[in-house]
Design a protein around this ligand. Structure first.
Ligand SMILES: Cc1ncc(COP(=O)(O)O)c(C=O)c1O
Length: 491
């Protein structure tokens, strides 16, 4: 760090924390009302503070409480569980646990079993692939997606293309990275009649934290679209009520909500929408019967048609344990907590200045709390306005034991908008064999390999965001960064 920095006034040092925390508590009485979560953190998540970790990558993955592990382990220790594809006693025990978890998932999202099915998948990506590969795209059909989408949604365009349907993207407006008022309606309306139409958007952006309007669901359905609401980044800190909104398909990953188990997600799907899907194959678990001499394959229906092979029957019961854990804390409490901490962090980050008064950060997406969640994407800036290489940020963050995400977060479209990469910029940027991400960044002229993403969650406390700001302050008056940073291989 430079000499200039050493002479700067340090705002977020350890000694000043109590004063900041006191002022924060007074400014956010709703936060004080969530003190039970601080106690929970001290008992159930003690490993964080014991190890000195500042975990700020909740959009990447949530954290589990010790009680979740204990409850799950006790269940496994006290049971004999067999493959559910049978009727023997151990098989029936597994089936009962899986079906109980399925009912618990539907209840958690207030989804009536008469309206929705819960299909267990390996993760949100697996849920999206099920929809993409089975959707009846065809000539005259369309896949519509917002620029702001995870690549696991973008990948659906390959299924659309293979079946002759067109893909269209709804652009975002910088700097807020939202869709301009009225623009979506034009995209929903301006389509030829006939053909199956699928629209996908995230309830909350995993890049900018923007919460896109859930009113889009009904608006699209009224115009004949099926709608995927990608809720993977939304549901860890916000309530999704499927009795008031009725999207056709909702993918989620449970580890993002409560940390454990990994390897289990779900596709919540309306029964009437599921009936429109055509699976491209059959497998063990998805057929009533099949033969090899007569080319017969009689598909099962409902969730069974979409659960290939053996479901993750030992881990699925841990989903029910996790849902109970969240219910006990209350999603309202979690939302209020991350809102208070997120508002403080957003303001503090934007207030960082170099000694010459120039901004030390650039935040992508909404600068104020309204209509957003607790995911903040930004870059540090050098005093001359250049973006600080995110790989250097990784190095310094690791030295502080701070876990944040850097790069494009698998959200290409939001990244392109944030970094002003246009279609024209992309022309000629041919990605040849053997190239790595660094080559692509150079070709399209991006200022760096991506942004820094801070995301808050279940047990974030004031000390976490305060320690993060102490780290951020080190970038004020930053001189040159070392030239020997590791190459960027993939996003
Ligand atoms: C909005 C969104 N959708 C989909 C995914 C994919 O989730 P998974 O990697 O668990 O399949 C993510 C993961 O970060 C996400 O944030």
């Amino acid at each position: 760090m430079s000499t200039a920095q050493r002479s700067r006034e340090v705002r977020f040092d350890t000694a000043a924390r109590a004063t900041f925390e006191d002022a924060f508590g007074k400014a956010h009485p709703a936060f004080a009302a969530t003190a039970a979560v601080d106690e929970l953190r001290a008992t159930q998540y003690a490993r964080l503070d014991e190890r000195g970790d500042v975990y700020l990558d909740y959009t990447g993955g949530g954290l589990y409480a010790e009680s979740q592990l204990e409850e799950h382990l006790a269940l496994l220790r006290g049971s004999v569980l067999g493959n559910p594809h049978s009727v023997n006693p151990t098989s029936s025990a597994s089936t009962a646990l899986v079906e109980s978890a399925r009912a618990a998932v539907l209840a958690f999202f207030n989804a009536s079993p008469d309206e929705y099915a819960c299909i267990f998948t390996p993760n949100a990506t697996g849920a999206l692939r099920l929809v993409g590969e089975s959707y009846p795209f065809g000539a005259g059909g369309r896949f519509l997606a917002t620029f702001d989408n995870h690549n696991s949604v973008n990948g659906i365009r390959e299924f659309a293309r293979a079946k002759g349907a067109e893909t269209t993207y709804v652009p975002l407006e910088a700097p807020d990275l939202r869709v301009a008022d009225g623009l979506l309606e034009a995209y929903l309306t301006d389509v030829p009649a006939g053909g199956h139409k699928l629209f996908a958007f995230p309830a909350q952006s995993n890049f900018s934290g923007v919460k896109h309007p859930l009113d889009w669901v009904a608006a699209a359905q009224q115009r004949g679209w099926h709608v995927i609401v990608d809720a993977a980044a939304f549901v860890p800190t916000s309530a999704l009520d499927l009795s008031t909104r009725h999207p056709d398909f909702v993918p989620v990953s449970f580890y993002k909500m409560f940390g454990y188990p990994t390897g289990v997600g779900a596709l919540l799907a309306r029964h009437d929408a599921l009936e429109q899907l055509h699976r491209p194959w059959f497998s063990g678990g998805t057929v009533v019967t099949a033969n090899v001499q007569g080319d017969l394959a009689v598909p099962l229906s409902g969730h069974a048609l979409f659960e290939d092979g053996t479901v993750n029957y030992l881990n699925i019961p841990a989903v029910e344990v996790g849902l109970r854990h969240i219910d006990r804390i209350g999603l309202g409490t979690i939302s209020r907590r991350v809102q208070a901490l997120g508002t403080w962090l957003l303001g503090a980050l934007q207030s960082l200045r170099h000694s010459d008064g120039s901004p030390a950060t650039r935040v992508y997406g909404p600068k104020r709390w309204e209509g957003r969640g607790a995911t903040v994407a930004f870059n540090f800036l050098h005093p001359d306005g250049r973006v600080v290489d995110e790989r250097y940020v990784d190095v310094i963050a690791a030295a502080h034991r701070i876990s944040v995400r850097t790069g494009c977060f698998c959200n290409s479209g939001a990244g392109e908008t944030a970094f002003s990469v246009s279609r024209e910029t992309l022309i000629g940027a041919e990605f040849g064999e053997g190239m790595i991400l660094d080559d692509y960044i150079r070709l399209v002229g991006m200022p760096t390999g991506g942004a820094i993403r801070v995301s808050l969650g279940l047990v974030t406390n004031f000390a976490d965001v305060y320690r993060f700001m102490g780290f951020a302050e080190e970038f004020c008056d930053l001189g040159a960064v070392p030239p020997d940073l590791p190459p960027r291989l993939a996003c």
